[in-house]
Design a binder for this molecule. Structure first.
Ligand SMILES: CC(C)(COP(=O)(O)OP(=O)(O)OC[C@H]1O[C@@H](n2cnc3c(N)ncnc32)[C@H](O)[C@@H]1OP(=O)(O)O)[C@@H](O)C(=O)NCCC(=O)NCCS
Length: 181
């Protein structure tokens, strides 16, 4: 299994991975989000990685730019969304490899903080910790019972504790429907 940067010709296959992974109900909505994110200039810089097995794309991860209100313009932050692995090959570490490869690449690009809204049982395995209690507000309020799903990871020490504020995503992700669950 190889993890590499996505290229233009991967586009249709990437959308299919999201449709299959998220299922009939959520799949089309997530595939549309990926499509929107790919063409959203406010998402840039972004990082799009695919996991490839025997020439077939089996997983995809997207990181896009976010800003932290009140922080200096020089602070580089990203959000992980979305991540998908084909159902047949889930549970084999592909998701984790995509997350970790992305974090390594972002670190090389001097990204300081990475946010994610996702399963609180999954992302802490890759170093994410609850963000709300550290003073990082999501773009839309996260219901108390899901507070643990809003997470952050710092790629260089020093920002957690000294920085606080509301996170703003690119246009495509900064819509309330993406923050309801
Ligand atoms: C979530 C997802 C990307 C994980 O990819 P993966 O390649 O299966 O993950 P990994 O193999 O790295 O990790 C598997 C482990 O994560 C756990 N896991 C998977 N989904 C989980 C979830 N929603 N909540 C908690 N743990 C989860 C598995 O139980 C497994 O645990 P184990 O190692 O103790 O057996 C994949 O299951 C998927 O595409 N799901 C549907 C889409 C989705 O929910 N995307 C994430 C949105 S936040």
């Amino acid at each position: 299994m190889e993890v590499r940067k996505a290229i233009n010709t991967d586009f249709a296959e990437i959308l299919d991975v999201h449709k299959a992974a998220f299922g009939e109900k959520k799949g089309p909505e997530i595939a549309q989000l990926v499509d929107d994110l790919f063409t959203d200039i406010s998402a840039s810089p972004s990082l799009s990685l695919v996991a490839v097995e025997k020439g077939v794309i089996v997983g995809h991860i997207l990181y896009t730019k976010v800003t932290l209100q009140g922080a200096s313009q020089g602070l580089s932050c990203q959000i992980l969304a979305p991540l998908a692995v084909l159902p047949d090959v889930q549970g084999k570490g592909i998701g984790r490899k995509l997350i970790e490869a992305g974090l390594r690449e972002l670190k090389m690009g001097d990204v300081q903080l990475v946010f994610v809204l996702g399963h609180p049982g999954y992302y802490p395995r890759c170093g994410f910790i609850p963000a709300g209690e550290l003073g990082f507000e999501a773009p839309y309020p996260i219901p108390e019972e899901h507070a643990g799903a809003w997470m952050v990871q710092e790629l260089f020490p020093g920002n957690i504790g000294s920085l606080k504020g509301q996170v703003q995503c690119c246009h495509a992700l900064n819509k309330p429907e993406h923050w309801r669950e």
